[in-house]
Ligand binder design. Structure first.
Ligand SMILES: N[C@@H](CCC(=O)N[C@@H](CS)C(=O)NCC(=O)O)C(=O)O
Length: 209
């Protein structure tokens, strides 16, 4: 197995926190996004999507979606489960990961990539040119504020996002809050007390890996 990553970027950070918690170590090569190494021919020959992370399995299969990589690793390294211990918990964790991806990560990426000059004509990851739409940056900010309100209401009802146990959904939300701060310049309002309480506990749980 061989992992390609760039630990400073949000999607690789989701995977790194997962692996650190479960104490998984893999042969890893860092692909420098700052130098656009992901767009070079050498990397594209391995990962045509030109994104990180990517896990190349021993049979040559290339996984480029974080959610697929963590599912595979959870099967291979079952100790300290992060995707739920029962079918219900597993489905609920996956449900939250999907919601976070569409309702939180996507608005942050829209706010960032449709406004930053570095991403002119690269408003989406990948090699195909994609123009920036400033309205999407504005909509991203609005959706993010709504998303934080929704999370605050949800976290009033339970300790962690997907239930009583710390899970990969919590890891995703920790990474999303950091990403929102530096990329979209948005920090949840201190009045969102349930989100704030959860963040303290989730940070602590993540480090207990
Ligand atoms: N397809 C991945 C997301 C991968 C992704 O978007 N990675 C970003 C880094 S956070 C990337 O590689 N960007 C490359 C670029 O912007 O050119 C998933 O579904 O989990």
């Amino acid at each position: 197995m061989k992992l390609y990553s760039f630990d400073a970027a949000p999607n690789p950070a989701r995977l790194k926190l997962f692996m650190d918690f479960k104490q998984i170590e893999l042969d890893t090569t860092q692909i420098d996004l700052g130098a656009d190494e992901q767009l070079g021919d050498a990397y594209q020959a391995i990962v045509p999507e030109a994104t990180v992370p990517a896990l190349v399995l021993d049979d040559g299969t290339v996984l480029s979606a974080v959610i697929a990589i963590v599912h595979y690793l959870e099967e291979r390294f079952p100790d300290r489960p992060l995707l739920g211990r029962t079918p219900e918990a597993r489905a609920n964790t996956l449900n939250w990961n999907h919601r976070l991806f569409t309702e939180i990560f996507s608005p942050i990426a829209d706010a960032f990539r449709n406004a930053h000059p570095k991403y002119k004509d690269r408003a989406l990851p990948g090699v195909a040119p994609v123009i920036q739409l400033p309205a999407l940056a504005e909509r991203g900010q609005l959706r993010l504020a709504e998303g934080f309100d929704m999370l605050n209401r949800e976290l009033a009802q339970r300790r962690y996002l997907a239930g009583p146990d710390f899970s990969f959904a919590d890891i995703d939300l920790l990474v999303a809050l950091d990403f929102a701060k530096w990329a979209a310049r948005v920090t949840p309002d201190a009045a969102l007390q349930h989100l704030s309480r959860w963040r303290d506990e989730a940070r602590h749980a993540a480090l207990s890996g």
